[in-house]
Design a protein around this ligand. Structure first.
Ligand SMILES: NC(=O)c1ccc[n+]([C@@H]2O[C@H](COP(=O)([O-])OP(=O)(O)OC[C@H]3O[C@@H](n4cnc5c(N)ncnc54)[C@H](OP(=O)(O)O)[C@@H]3O)[C@@H](O)[C@H]2O)c1
Length: 317
């Protein structure tokens, strides 16, 4: 499998396992099966509420001799109520305790959205802090501290626009090396990809398969269904692979990491195998042509009456 190279010579396997919505009962088995079949990159986050189960699976896999810690790439993310320099390291230490790890390979600021520290689930305007009140630059100092303490090998961000990346690059002593964002054939993110790839920032594509198991409240009635796309289906049929595999291969072939979520053994295997599929130049062009500029995770859930965040100012669009 191809790997993305980081500045400190660490290497991230291009395809990893997503774990959002993987229920505590299911995620333990999914991680154990995934690592046994060859996954070496797991994407986690404190807010997914399942890091303890993932930690149990990772610990057993190491004890059973299936994998060594240094062969794994584990990413996790700082939740919105832990922005601010002083909160980052304690939050990361909790994640490390839950995952039963000494260090992460990559720690990301989950969203450019801050909540008050005592409020993990902000609902009303006064639960939030604007980015003027709680600047990203201050949170980033905590992220840099995490690297200096050896608690994370690499640091980065998630859901950042080009504008927010540029501001962060100006003040960062340790540059962000990853931006994890929604990316799939209906939301190809060409401008962001170009900026990141020419500034030494890797990209991870989240919700690459259209995130069909998102909570109903995050869905819209008129949504196009990515996994039913006729053009991708034609490529898949021609190659004798699945629609999901064509999508994952297309992302990886753009030099972008991809983290499909599954808790189903045959889909886990199918997704892993996709990292070895090559699309022709013509197929890559056909995929490029189906962009709809359509987000599934639209950021509108951060909008509350009188609050500091809107989908427009989160994405800077
Ligand atoms: N940074 C962020 O803000 C952010 C936001 C969203 C997601 N993420 C990360 O990205 C990961 C992936 O995104 P996601 O979970 O939103 O959605 P996704 O990976 O696009 O889609 C997951 C859905 O696709 C199904 N699926 C998986 N493989 C399949 C296949 N080969 N054929 C057909 N269906 C398949 C899964 O069902 P089964 O499980 O039943 O197979 C599940 O219903 C997350 O789990 C999380 O780690 C990060």
């Amino acid at each position: 499998m191809n790997k993305l190279q980081f500045n400190n010579n660490t290497q991230m396997p291009i395809l990893g396992l997503g774990t959002w919505k993987s229920a505590p009962g299911e995620v333990y088995t999914a991680v154990k099966e995934a690592v046994k079949m060859g996954y070496r990159h797991i994407d986690c986050a404190a807010i997914y509420g399942n890091e303890k189960e993932i930690g149990q699976a990772l610990s057993e896999l190491q004890q059973e001799g299936v994998v060594k810690r240094e062969e794994l790439w584990i990413t996790s993310k700082l939740w919105n109520n832990n922005h601010g320099k002083a909160n980052v390291v304690p939050a990361l230490k909790q994640t490390l305790a839950d995952l039963q790890l000494e260090y992460l390979d990559l720690y990301l600021i989950h969203w450019p959205v801050a909540f008050k520290h005592e409020i993990p689930g902000a609902k009303k305007a006064e639960d939030y802090l604007s980015l003027e009140e709680q600047p990203i630059a201050d949170t980033w100092l905590g992220m840099e501290e995490a690297v200096k303490l050896g608690l994370s090998k690499n640091i980065g961000v998630s859901n950042f626009s080009v504008l927010k990346l540029k501001s962060l690059m100006e003040v960062a002593s340790i540059k962000p090396e990853m931006n994890q964002v929604e990316l799939h054939p209906y939301f190809q993110q060409n401008e962001l990809v170009e900026y990141c790839q020419s500034n030494g920032i890797h990209i991870t594509a989240y919700s690459p398969l259209g995130s069909s198991d998102r909570p109903a409240g995050l869905k819209k009635e008129d949504e196009p269904i990515l996994l039913e796309d006729k053009n991708i289906e034609a490529i898949a049929t021609q190659k004798g692979v699945s629609i999901a595999q064509v999508i994952l291969a297309w992302v990886a072939q753009r030099g972008i990491s991809v983290i499909p979520k599954s808790v189903n053994p045959s889909r886990l295997q199918q997704n892993l195998n996709a990292a070895e599929i090559r699309l022709t130049e013509d197929e890559m062009q056909q995929m490029a042509a189906i962009n709809k500029n359509r987000r599934y995770v639209d950021g509108k859930f951060w909008e509350v009456p009188g609050g500091p965040y809107t989908a427009t100012n989160v994405w800077d669009e």
